[in-house]
Write a protein that binds this ligand. Sequence first.
Ligand code: SF4
Ligand code: SF4
Length: 440
Amino acid sequence: MRHSIEAEKLGVAGSGAAQAISSCVHCGFCLSSCPTYLTLGEEMDSPRGRIVLMKEALEGAIDLRSARPYIDNCLSCLACETACPSGVAYRDLITPFRAYIDSECRRPFPERLLRSLLLGTVQSPSRLRLALRVTRLLRPLRPLLGDELQASIAAALERLATAAQSTRQPVKGSSPTTQQGDGPPPAGRGRVGLLAGCAQQVLAPQINRAAERVLARNGIQAITPSEAGCCGALSLHAGALRQARVRARRNLDAFDEDLDAIVSTTAGCSSGMKEYPLLFAGDPDEERARSFAGKVRDISALLTEIGLTAAPPSASTPLRIACHDACHLAHAQSLRVQPRALLRAIGNVTLVQPAEWELCCGSAGTYNLNKPRIAAQLGRRKAKRLLEASPDLIATSNVGCMLQIEAHLRALGDTTPVLHAIEVLDRAYSGTLSPAGLDA
Ligand code: SF4
Ligand code: SF4
């Protein structure tokens, strides 16, 4: 028997979800921005189709299990929110719905095991290091994996292992790595907490080192508390709310309340930490989460907000930089101008806009491990669009995007460097932003 949507089905987040469902007018303007709709061509793999599915599943008109494959295919990239003229807050629906569906109908054991192994590994630096070592050791056995899906997952892990091994080198000629919190504070424009994150500190630790140097040059002391860890966004978006809360609470405790800001160099983490109030809604920690989230800034947002006091020197030769928009910066936080403003501060640089900027590259947290085939199609598509812009360098704001784009560029035989925007700025400051410096 059909019954109306019960907000309590989705817990305290239910009212936002009901609002998202009722504000969709089914116009379809979001379809051309949805990477899964463009890749799979199914209405049920579009934002409009998923909203209808979730509504019907919540009303009991269809079985939850029949909706799950389409919900699993969603990247949570939020391009649909950017495209929607009616202001549908899709995130308020998809995140609680994922938690609801997993609590109501258990996945088959092998699937649960794979998902929890992936989440547990990617969110733990020590386990990720171990997994990457094992992946490298097992590389010769990969041809024995008969199943195409297993082979794709192994290939994705191998790409991570290769990226972690080969490309993440410190900047030649720049200052030695320092923990800015350890030394005396640089000329006082403030004190910020810097999130080390989880996978990024294993796969690309040089990004936060670059951020510390850039902040110090601009009079900001950066402190990375060792007690802080994964932001919990991967768990949150996988529907594992309890696990997400544990990780988030650790960060609430780790950062001093008197910090001027809490900064992340990973778009997914800054976006995830801004969602802490949703995660703690109705919890005694809700107010603390709200105050914490109010201080969270992506590094590009912080630097454009306070302004660069140290002008970066120009690149030694003209450079064309294609800016790839990370979904959790552009769509989740509406930050597109900020990373470009940092890059524009460097002389001799031309920013170029790739086509289909709004489409996800397919990285999306653990999506490229859970859904390797769709992710690979999106990765190839993104690499081709970026190459059409003929850049000397690709800049982005999320380690997952960097690795995904780099892997697919290399698969196409291209060697264009892919850097975080803060690394580009750091290289400009250290005088190594030149074609020769990029090869270093
Ligand atoms: S989500 Fe927005 S753009 Fe998409 S169909 Fe609904 S109202 Fe239209
Ligand atoms: S979040 Fe991304 S993949 Fe999911 S429906 Fe929206 S545009 Fe499509």
